[in-house]
Design a protein around this ligand. Structure first.
Ligand code: AMP
Ligand code: GLY
Length: 363
């Protein structure tokens, strides 16, 4: 529920004192229009975000520059569910600006252990153009979200949310994913998922320097702390190998609208020979081991390297080997890295400083 209902997520975050964008949820068009108008007209407003409440695979969100665009989005959404007694429900938020990052933690009711941070690329096309998707590529680490500060985020995002869920009688065990916007005023929670991200997981898991199995089992048993102690782990972050990773998604023709199935995939063996890992998601194979597309995001090709740039080169080299009719992919995953957070020392305000969090609370 914390994933598929954006209204529920906002409610939990508000009760837990976790900062999210200013916003509200609505079940009727007129009050929704009034609120969107108010947000769009506010001093310094740079837009409004309209989110359908429900599981939309990252495709139910419209980022609108002004009230006119928000009105169109709201009218379309409410018209689409007219007559449905269960709906409609919509969340309206102020538009935030900043780089996004995903911070995923293994959780057991009250405890959390963070995977390294990752950055997804949500738009279909290069330069963040085109429609939103489930994610077209990811990299880790994230230079502008140092792992030391991730520990702070676990304290002010994941742990309060876990405590609030437990207080409501719905304790959470599993992977809790925080989608964050690193704004000039500090990190803001945009969404929660109740799972590893895709393609974040493909970039994160190859970087782990500890076996995942005992930690997943410990979390499932409600004894993550003991599992961590058994592995000699301390602190809030899982240790990494020091390698960086870049995952490039290869998507089917017509993704995200109506992905085409059945296209013959070539070059898988060549890609593997480069040393990269090719994760299958939407594929099927026949008896001879010939693969065809069978979903929207078909494969993720993951390169490792000493730096994000060299990992990107490895992923690109492997991705170049693979093709099918209508294959889509981005060529700029991890191409433009923001400066490392420490390079901004003295810049004010620091988007990820602990100080930026002391205001806390929900606006
Ligand atoms: P969500 O499903 O809530 O993560 O939204 C999908 C994408 O929409 C996010 O990854 C952001 O790129 C964008 N988005 C969501 N909420 C906001 C917001 N309040 N301001 C700006 N962009 C947003
Ligand atoms: N890549 C974003 C997600 O898994 O929801």
């Amino acid at each position: 529920r914390i994933e598929w209902s954006k209204a529920f997520c906002r409610d939990v975050a508000a009760a837990a004192g976790v900062r999210m964008a200013r916003g509200r949820d609505f079940a009727a068009l007129e009050p929704a229009l009034d609120f969107a108008r108010e947000l769009a007209a506010g001093r310094g407003s740079r837009g409004v975000v309209i989110k359908a409440d429900g599981l939309m695979a990252g495709k139910g969100v419209k980022v609108c520059d002004d009230f006119a665009a928000a009105e169109t989005a709201l009218r379309t959404l409410f018209a689409a569910v007219e007559g449905d007694p269960a709906g409609p429900a919509v969340v309206i938020e102020e538009r935030l600006f900043g780089a996004e990052a995903s911070l995923i933690a293994l959780c057991d009711d009250h405890g959390a252990l963070a995977l390294p941070p990752a950055r997804d690329h949500k738009r279909l096309l290069d330069d963040d153009k085109g429609p939103n998707t489930g994610g077209m590529g990811a990299y880790s680490p994230v230079p502008d979200l140092p792992e030391s500060l991730c520990a702070t985020l676990i304290d002010v995002v994941h742990l309060p949310i876990l405590a609030e869920l437990a207080r409501r009688g719905a304790p959470f065990r599993g992977a809790l994913y925080a989608g964050l916007m690193l704004t000039p005023e500090g990190p803001v929670l945009i969404e929660c998922n109740a799972r590893f991200g895709d393609p974040e997981a493909q970039a994160l898991l190859p970087r782990l320097a500890v076996p995942l199995g005992p930690l997943l089992y410990g979390a499932a048993q409600g004894d993550l702390a003991a599992a961590a102690a058994e592995l000699g782990l301390h602190g809030r972050m899982l240790p990494t190998t020091g390698d960086a990773a870049v995952a490039v998604v290869l998507a089917a023709a017509n993704y995200p609208e109506t992905p085409r199935k059945g296209d013959a995939i070539s070059g898988l063996e060549d890609a593997a020979r480069t040393g990269a890992t090719v994760f299958h998601a939407g594929t099927v194979s026949d008896a001879e081991g010939n693969y065809r597309t069978n979903g929207g995001r078909v494969l993720a090709v993951v390169g490792l390297g000493a730096t994000v740039s060299s990992a990107r080169a490895a992923a690109e080299k492997a991705a170049e080997c693979v093709s099918w009719s209508g294959m889509q992919r981005r060529h700029d995953i991890a191409a433009a890295l923001p400066p490392a957070a420490h390079a901004r020392a003295g810049a004010s305000p620091d988007p990820v400083s602990e100080k930026a969090w002391t205001g806390g609370g929900v606006s």
